[in-house]
Design a protein around this ligand. Structure first.
Ligand code: DHB
Ligand code: MG
Length: 227
């Protein structure tokens, strides 16, 4: 993340929001602490106010089955899981073995009263497997894994959705890098292709993207409702 002149202000404002609106939670603090203690950076995790926003989207839609792509340390997973009723189910998929193990540890420690499965493996392969097995559709899908695979994750997620499923994709602005034509990194071209796929997709009822600034810099999320 390049440091913008406004970064200090964005961070201070996120702290202000957090202090006023986000009740401190020991399990979430513990997860961030444990992650750092084990030598991982928390920069991949969502900010607390973003975690709360995801939780609220799940609550608004009374979702019971949630799918997450890109677990990292399980911080966002815990926010998503908190929105679920006791009979809810959350499946989170992580491509890196070390991250999956870390997440497993953090999630186990949190002891939430909801079933959370962490699966380690290549996201596209696992999703394809779920589709083949005719896995029950998910009500909410949070895509936050490797950005180069976003177009495939979107298509596969749609096959694991029902009418009304909400799909949220993280990091779709990247401080404006998506507009830089000289930037042909796979992570950036992946996001551009995702926008093209979202545009007039026959399976999508409505979609948009929102830019965000805050402690995580300048980025954004895309949101789509399945037709
Ligand atoms: C990166 C990935 C993320 O999902 C995120 O939210 C922030 C940064 C990254 O790959 O750098
Ligand atoms: Mg992210």
């Amino acid at each position: 993340m390049t440091t913008q002149p406004s970064q200090t202000l964005w961070t201070a404002l996120d702290q202000y929001i957090e202090q006023h609106l986000i009740e401190p939670q020991a399990i979430l603090e513990q997860t961030l602490h444990n992650t750092q203690q084990l030598g991982f950076s928390n920069h991949l995790a969502v900010a607390p106010n973003q975690g709360m926003f995801l939780k609220m989207l799940i609550q608004m839609n009374r979702c019971q089955r949630v799918l997450e792509l890109g677990t990292f340390a399980g911080y966002s997973t815990l926010w998503l899981a908190q929105a679920l009723p006791k009979n809810g189910y959350l499946l989170t998929i992580e491509g890196r073995d070390s991250h999956a193990q870390l997440a497993q540890q953090n999630i186990q420690q949190a002891q939430l009263p909801v079933q959370i499965d962490v699966r380690h493996g290549r996201g596209c392969d696992i999703l394809q497997e779920l589709i083949t097995q005719q896995c029950q559709a998910f009500d909410f899908i949070f895509v936050d894994a490797d950005k180069q695979s976003y177009p495939e994750y979107l298509e596969l997620s749609l096959q694991l959705s029902h009418s009304g499923t909400v799909i949220v994709l993280d990091n779709v602005i990247r401080a404006g890098d998506i507009l830089d034509e000289n930037n042909q990194k796979p992570s950036i071209t992946g996001i551009r292709t995702m926008y093209q796929r979202l545009q007039q997709h026959p399976q999508i009822l409505s979609c948009t993207a929102l830019q965000t600034v805050g402690v995580k810099g300048h980025d954004g999320l895309a949101i789509a409702i399945v037709k």
